[in-house]
Ligand binder design. Structure first.
Ligand code: ZN
Length: 342
């Protein structure tokens, strides 16, 4: 790879125009075009600006080498349940792991020591941390609505029912009981039980046959299920918007499996899969905008929170479920909206 090819690849993954790069580096568009065509080379000073634009190391900009994914995030996904309880100021389930320090500190800061009276979790499926880092342009709309990014390690096996059961019980698989790809009803105390006990109203909006529609059943709460077809994501997101406007629930879980489906079929880096990544980022941004505009009288915490990552197999389809950084490392995004005083 030449420097020009690297710049071109990085620019497209960041979904930036030639003019965007030109503006930020302080040159004209034609100069960037010439770099990408390897007709000229950026100066050292310009390379230093380019590496900041793409948020990568100088070494990677010049060599084009992808970072090796060999390390595992240290904080576990099991810290999220107690963190959400902490946001509400309610007692977490007895079997939940301790709250996440980064998220708890943020909650204290954003609500000035107060508590949230609304939490909305947007749950996409299978978006690995490496995908978000490699294709920043496709998640920009979500990141724009986030104040903090929390690197987490999911649990094993890294499949949907196991990981969501951990996210919403705060317990490891051997405790919540789902240890493989199966969808029994979780019997131990969940976030939903903790909310109901505290007099809060939770609801789940999801697809009829997905893991989330099965494993959290049998609670005294509202479930909204849509048939698993091509239009399900629109229906899920439309209902989420409607329920935010109606403002009847304290906690909303919104789940979409579109990225996971496309990833299994086409591989994580296929254009169709990346298009679904954008759809999720866009849906999160619409939901965040609605909350910002219509819930000015609430303290609201909003999360973009996936269950596990994914990796490519056979060059053209994707998978997950293994103990490898691609599947284990995820990156949750959160933002709090503080009540406006009047
Ligand atoms: Zn999943």
């Amino acid at each position: 790879m030449t420097i020009g090819k690297n710049i071109s690849t990085l620019r497209k993954r960041a979904m930036l125009a030639l003019a965007d790069i030109a503006d930020r580096v302080g040159v004209n568009k034609e100069t960037v075009k010439a770099w990408e065509a390897d007709e000229s080379t950026p100066t050292l000073e310009q390379l230093l600006k380019l590496k900041d634009v793409f948020d990568i190391s100088l070494d990677r900009l010049v060599t084009g080498e992808e970072p090796k994914r060999t390390t595992y995030n240290t904080e576990s996904l099991d810290t999220i349940c107690a963190s959400l309880c902490y946001a509400f100021g309610i007692e977490p389930p007895k079997t939940a792991a301790d709250k996440n320090p980064q998220l708890a500190d943020y909650i204290d800061k954003i609500f000035d020591g107060g508590k949230a009276d609304r939490v909305v979790m947007y749950n996409p499926d299978a978006i690995g941390q490496w995908v978000m880092q490699k294709y920043p342009g496709y998640v920009r709309q979500a990141k724009r609505h986030a104040d903090i990014e929390i690197p987490l390690a999911t649990v094993m096996p890294s499949v949907t029912p196991v990981c969501f059961a951990t996210m919403y019980t705060g317990a490891q698989p051997e405790i919540h009981g789902i240890k493989q790809y199966e969808k029994p009803v979780v019997k131990i105390e969940t976030l939903f039980d903790a909310l109901i006990k505290a007099g809060k109203k939770p609801a789940i909006i999801t697809y009829a046959n997905c893991s989330l529609s099965k494993i959290f059943k049998e609670r005294n709460m509202d479930y909204y299920y849509f048939d698993d077809d091509d239009g399900a994501i629109e229906q899920v997101n439309a209902l989420a918007a409607e329920l935010i406007l109606k403002d009847q629930y304290d906690f909303l879980l919104i789940y979409n499996e579109n990225f996971d489906s496309a990833m299994h079929k086409n591989g994580p880096e296929n254009a169709r899969t990346l298009a679904e990544l954008r759809v999720n980022a866009h849906a999160f941004s619409v939901i965040s905008n609605l909350i910002e505009k219509h819930w000015k009288h609430h303290n609201t915490l909003v999360g973009f929170a996936m269950d596990h990552g994914c990796h490519e197999i056979d060059g053209e389809c994707g998978s997950h479920g293994l103990y490898m950084p691609e599947d284990i490392n995820i990156l949750h995004l959160y933002k709090g909206y503080k009540r406006e005083e009047n």
